[in-house]
Design a protein around this ligand. Structure first.
Ligand code: AMP
Ligand code: ZN
Length: 134
């Protein structure tokens, strides 16, 4: 079966600007950056999204995200940092190989990751709790 584009990048088949690599992950610069230094954590294992990602890799990905955030914040002198991860077309996913966005933020950069807060009604709160709370 044809490998997906991020599998090829993660495996080194397609050369890409790599910030970090270990046996499980490659961290690359995003080709369409939201801000200076926007990077992606790619697992070498193909999981389409978070639902398919093995727990062990999910844990390692978060630890790596933290390490990269510290390193990149120091190196780029950014003012803040977003870690974003999209699942499904509705959520903005365009490449269907799990990845985490590492987005350095700079004062006045205009990167749009915000939303207008709604209001949580009593009914909705109870409905959601009844559906999800274990
Ligand atoms: P998402 O919308 O969460 O699926 O994010 C996909 C990201 O991958 C976007 O930010 C793209 O700019 C980025 N992207 C797509 N193709 C490549 C590529 N070949 N190399 C680096 N980044 C890529
Ligand atoms: Zn893949």
């Amino acid at each position: 079966m044809e490998k997906c584009i991020f599998c090829k990048i993660a495996d080194g088949e397609i050369p890409t600007a790599t910030l970090y690599e270990d046996e499980d992950f490659r961290v690359i610069l995003d080709l369409g950056p939201a801000s200076k230094g926007h990077a992606l954590i790619l697992p070498k294992y193909h999981a389409a999204n978070i639902y398919e990602l093995p727990d062990e890799l999910a844990g390692k990905a978060m630890i790596l995200a933290k390490k990269m955030a510290v390193k990149m914040t120091e190196a780029l002198k950014c003012d803040g940092f977003n870690i974003v991860q999209n699942n499904g077309e509705t959520a903005g996913q365009t490449v269907f190989h799990f990845h985490m966005h590492l987005i350095p933020r700079y004062q006045g950069d205009g990167v749009g990751l915000t939303w207008t807060p709604g209001k949580l009604s009593d009914e909705e709160r109870e409905e959601i709790l009844a559906k999800i709370k274990a």
